[in-house]
Design a protein around this ligand. Structure first.
Ligand code: URA
Length: 276
């Protein structure tokens, strides 16, 4: 049985980018979980990507897979790409290399020059292929990151179509604030994603052309997509890219919680024999 995998950072400029990345002198420890290491990207770095997606920051699952947007948020947006007909010709980067700690961490640092400079080097490397037809940002911090890049010499010349959408976890975060129900927040998310799908569907060259099917008022289980094995390092178990959640922060107090990530094999993947 052959399983495809991501060969990693074999070529320049990516070799140089991952060998020399901003540390806690750039990403302050009060605002970023630098202790879990940077997570750089997911998808094609070989010049075949036609869609660049900019997310926000890595979360729990990404700390283990070392590729971004693989948990619930990633699977929701992978489903969006499926609707667009983009099954493999994409690349994701995040606004931040490290997981944001605290509500305002990201807001305070999105414009920091050293954070932005390194991010611009990634965007420049990706668009240098000349193949990127669309750039999509997830949430307002990623939109700020894109707008900053547009003010750089290479960003100013970009002809890629642009869409910004609500972040895939918007329904979860917005409903926690109590001002909107989760169902209402999902309906808003779907409306935002439908607008982008309608704008981009005819502009982007699909890997697999399929008729555009818009979202209803929520994202159904079938509208999530499993993360392709080709996006992840070799040897990761299948359940690390399944639709079941398997990583969570754990601890009775803030310090323990920051220090502890718990991994649990999902029930559906416990295929070992039960021996009493
Ligand atoms: N995980 C990521 O890597 N980025 C996001 O924006 C959300 C979850």
């Amino acid at each position: 049985m052959k399983i495809d995998f991501d060969r990693g950072y074999a070529d320049e400029p990516y070799v140089g980018l991952v060998a020399d990345f901003p540390d806690s002198s750039v990403y302050p420890l009060e605002s970023f979980r630098v202790e879990w290491g940077p997570v750089f990207h997911r998808g094609r770095l070989d010049g075949t990507a036609r869609v660049l997606v900019i997310g926000q920051d890595p979360a729990t699952h990404e700390a283990f897979t070392r590729r971004i947007l693989v948990g619930e948020a990633g699977q929701r947006f992978q489903g969006f790409l499926t609707k667009l007909g983009i099954d493999s010709s994409y690349v994701f980067i995040n606004t931040f290399l490290y997981s944001v700690y605290g509500q305002s961490g990201g807001e305070h640092h999105v414009n920091d020059a050293a954070i932005a400079d390194y991010r611009h080097r990634w965007i420049d490397a990706i668009v240098a292929s000349g193949q990127i037809e669309a750039i999509i940002t997830l949430g307002h911090l990623a939109d700020s990151a894109y707008q900053q890049w547009r003010q750089t010499p290479s960003g100013a010349t970009s002809t890629a179509a642009y869409a910004t959408v609500l972040h895939p976890t918007y329904p979860d975060s917005a409903s926690r604030s109590g001002t909107i129900t989760k169902a209402q927040a999902f309906a808003k998310l779907c409306a935002s994603w439908n607008t982008a799908l309608q704008a981009l569907h005819s502009l982007v060259t699909a890997d697999a052309a399929r008729p555009l099917v818009l979202y209803g008022s929520t994202i159904t289980k079938d509208e999530h997509s499993v993360i392709p094995a080709a996006d992840l390092p070799a040897g990761l178990p299948d359940w690390m890219r399944s639709l079941d959640a398997w990583a969570a922060r754990s601890g009775a107090d803030a310090q323990t919680k920051r220090a502890t990530l718990m991994v649990t094999v999902p029930k559906a993947s416990r295929t070992w024999p039960i021996i009493n």
